[in-house]
Design a protein around this ligand. Structure first.
Ligand code: HEM
Length: 429
């Protein structure tokens, strides 16, 4: 179908006979449209100007050393998708990434991905729902999963020798309750924007471009409090009411990012240098159970105060975590099974968390909310960062009483592209 549509697109660019078109189309639907259109020997194209709002201040640059959407300040919404590749040709993949790059670069500037044409043969290139909307700080981040390289023991695209050692399926952690419908994927797209319609439009158009080459495997939206609702720009709160995102590597420090987030030369294959590994977990939060729990218990679960976000025993959100701080009765202020104590460990393993809440209506199995956290974190080496942290958490985190990991995936987020180049160039060329 894609090939047919592509050839149709090519046909619209030159003058061709009606007979040629019908021969090339070879597909009933298009034939019918042509018949109904009553076109003679020549196709008349009437172009109208695509709606492209003036370049706005809320446009995040697309081209650069790294992809955007990793150290970019989290926008209000995420639309995350995982994809299965359906083509068997490596060249198709390279072409797909070229097309995706072009489209993403336009959409990030708030532009449509094609002119609005009254061509009667083809649907409009751009689906239109973002027309007239600002770029809304849209970022589009692309990643590749372990199964791009090897699936069912097959070296699908001759890329096996390029698979980084770090890009392997995550181990099974105790208490994992993963469901196939939220797990894995050959490719991923993370679209973040301050407007959900803008993020959805981006993903929808990219999936549309991928027709015949890749299909949707799973999708998840997420949200944070909006910027309008939080003029002070404080740390967002998760659905348990706690500030979430306080301790993170400093995105303004190149040194910290090189240490914890960006893949460095020598870490593995060169194609991923300046990229980053993304671990995504769809974690359901049992908010009804939480809502029956008293405040002290809630605060002991995280090891922080709900109101201020300060570590227990301290005053302010940004106060240093002091795990030796004891109460008069000798008890630790920050309990040994609290989430911050366990996730912090000795402080050497740091990940860049960029999580969003999700609320997906009702969990049909239990009648409770299907709500929680779309946990997204970026790092340089999952084996030294996410995996050891989650190993500790899965064993004894008090938070486990209130959460369940239902989805999981790992992706290598490609390095950024130079103007004129494309995302994935280092891998596919
Ligand atoms: C629904 C699940 C989760 C919730 C609600 C949650 C919530 C929180 C909260 C409220 C904090 C304290 C404030 C902050 O520093 O942001 C925190 C810290 C942290 N969490 Fe989570 N988290 C969840 C899952 C995870 C997972 C799966 C990991 C990684 C495996 C993780 C890693 C961390 C780390 C590294 C910190 C900072 C620790 C430090 O102070 O050094 N969290 N989380």
């Amino acid at each position: 179908m894609t090939n047919n549509l592509n050839s149709l697109e090519a046909l619209t660019e030159k003058k061709v006979s009606r007979r040629d078109i019908l021969k090339t189309a070879g597909i009933g639907g298009v034939g019918v449209i042509l018949g109904a259109s009553g076109l003679g020997g020549v196709l008349a194209l009437k172009e109208s100007k695509a709606s492209s709002p003036e370049l706005n201040q809320d446009a995040v640059p697309f081209y650069g050393k790294h992809q955007s959407g990793i150290t970019t300040k989290a926008q209000n919404h995420v639309y995350f998708v995982s994809l299965d590749i359906t083509t068997t040709h490596k060249d198709d993949l390279a072409d797909l990434f070229k097309e995706w790059t072009k489209a993403a670069a336009l959409m990030i500037e708030g532009k449509a991905i094609g002119e609005l044409s009254s061509n009667e043969l083809l649907p409009p290139k751009d689906t239109g729902e973002a027309a007239g909307l600002s770029p809304s700080n849209l970022t589009i981040t692309f990643g590749v999963g372990p199964s791009l390289f090897v699936k069912d023991n097959q070296d699908r695209f001759g890329l096996k020798n390029k698979q980084p050692k770090e890009l392997v399926d995550l181990p099974a952690f105790p208490l994992d309750a993963l469901e196939a419908e939220w797990t894995g994927g050959d490719l991923c797209i993370q679209a973040c924007a301050d407007d959900l319609q803008v993020a959805f439009h981006a993903v929808r158009n990219l999936i549309r471009i991928a027709r015949g080459k890749a299909t949707l495997k799973w999708a998840q939206t997420g949200f944070q409090r909006t910027k309008q609702a939080d003029s002070k720009n404080e740390t967002p709160r998760n659905l348990f009411g706690f500030k979430d995102g306080t301790v993170n590597p400093n995105v303004d420090s190149e040194k910290q990012l090189n240490q914890h987030v960006w893949v460095q030369s020598g870490d593995g294959p060169d194609w991923l240098v300046n990229g980053s590994y993304l671990v995504v977990r769809r974690i359901q939060m049992f908010i009804e159970v939480w809502d029956r729990t008293n405040l002290r218990e809630q605060e002991n679960t995280f090891g922080r105060y709900r109101d201020s976000g300060a570590p227990l025993g301290q005053k302010n959100e940004l106060d240093h975590l002091d795990f030796n701080h004891k109460k008069e009765n000798g008890e630790d202020y920050i309990p040994s099974n609290s989430h911050v104590r366990l996730s912090h460990g000795d402080g050497s393993q740091q990940i860049l968390r960029r999580a969003y809440s999700y609320a997906d209506g009702m969990d049909l199995k239990t009648g409770s909310f299907d709500a929680g956290l779309l946990f997204l974190c970026f790092q340089r080496k999952p084996s030294k960062q996410f995996i050891p942290i989650q190993t500790r958490l899965a064993k004894m985190d008090k938070l486990n009483e209130y959460t369940s990991h239902r989805g999981s995936a790992i992706f290598a987020c490609l390095p950024g592209a130079k103007q004129g180049g494309f995302i994935g160039e280092t891998l596919f060329n």
